[in-house]
Design a binder for this molecule. Structure first.
Ligand SMILES: Nc1ncnc2c1ncn2[C@@H]1O[C@H](COP(=O)(O)OP(=O)(O)O)[C@@H](O)[C@H]1O
Ligand SMILES: [Mg+2]
Length: 309
């Protein structure tokens, strides 16, 4: 700071000197725009006028916008060639698997690797572009029971070695929410659960299980995804929902960040807990005003309690 004043004194122009300085410690850093102007009388400096502007939020908003744009473009460019790669690999397998006589095992496992990896690139890119885009939710009356069933159905198909248990009450549960975003959230939780199961080490592991439960106590609606995977990390659990925080080698760290944002937009909550069996229990809690079992009740109205995320 003394340097700034000295620099200002040395300048002959009247314009104030402008610099960005970063202050604070650890996670609490702020960027200040400092202007130092010298007050002169007859070429003598009689004092200084110093102003500080906190521009941290402005800078972070600019960075986010720029990043969102880049992410969208890259996602688009990467996604385009993925489908033809995947289709070609599948076609090679269909056409030539029977004709391959030597090392059929290798042929099969190479093709499987290509298909699996392409799928995971696609998923990563999806997460990036969702995170960058993240539109505001469009609230409609949605059948949550169906949303849950469909999400699990899709996962069963692609994770055949995992046993999915589903507990969904009858009759169907309805809520006022953005169906696409809630499906996305459930999917992200199911993906994490499958990742946690695949991340287990050792032989003789028990069969991987993922349980999805949907319930309401008449007030809030809760969707719980529980797994018997590696369990949530012990340290820094609060940071898991921040973007780019991941403990997985191929992770983006965006899955839970997306879910948290969606829950915030729904005035709901995201809970991360340990399951009794050592795995993770992750819950989405939708607030009371989202509950909408009786179609005769109008969905807009007074706002319910607001829950922190
Ligand atoms: N079901 C789960 N079991 C164990 N750890 C989990 C689970 N879900 C999330 N996590 C932890 O939270 C981190 C962040 O998750 P996420 O935001 O989806 O990013 P990513 O899956 O790309 O790592 C994961 O890397 C993992 O450490
Ligand atoms: Mg994830």
């Amino acid at each position: 700071f003394r340097g700034l004043v000295a620099e200002t004194s040395a300048r002959s122009t009247k314009r104030p000197l402008e610099k960005q300085i970063v202050i604070g410690r650890g996670a609490d850093m702020r960027t200040l725009l400092v202007r130092v102007g010298a007050v002169r009388a007859d070429d003598e400096i009689t004092g200084f006028v110093v102003t500080f502007d906190d521009v941290s939020d402005l800078l972070s908003a600019q960075r986010k916008a720029a990043w969102a744009d880049v992410a969208r473009r890259i996602a688009h460019e990467i996604k385009n060639p993925l489908t033809p790669i995947q289709l070609s690999a599948e076609r090679l397998r269909r056409r030539y698997l029977k004709q391959v006589v030597d090392d059929r095992q290798i042929f099969q496992s190479c093709i499987d690797t290509i298909i699996r990896q392409v799928e995971s690139i696609g998923q990563m890119v999806d997460e990036f572009s969702q995170f960058a885009r993240m539109p505001s939710p469009v609230f409609r009356r949605e059948n949550l029971s169906d949303l849950c069933r469909q999400a699990v159905f899709l996962h069963r198909g692609s994770h055949t070695h995992i046993v999915y248990d589903v507990a969904i009450p009858d009759p169907a549960l309805y809520a006022s929410c953005d169906g696409r975003q809630i499906s996305q959230s459930i999917t992200n939780l199911l993906l994490n659960a499958a990742d946690a199961i695949e991340g287990r080490l050792g032989d003789d592991l028990p069969v991987g299980r993922i349980a999805l439960r949907l319930r309401t106590d008449g007030g809030e609606i809760t969707i719980v995804v529980e797994d018997n995977g590696v369990g949530l990390p012990v340290h820094d659990r609060d940071s898991l929902t921040e973007p780019y925080v991941t403990s997985r080698e191929a992770g983006t760290g965006l899955g839970l960040a997306i879910v948290r944002k969606i829950m915030e937009d729904h005035k709901g909550r995201l809970l991360l807990e340990d399951a009794e069996n050592g795995g993770a229990r992750v819950s989405l809690v939708l607030p009371e005003r989202a509950v909408e079992n009786d179609p005769a009740v109008p969905q807009e109205g007074e706002r319910g309690q607001i829950y922190g995320a």
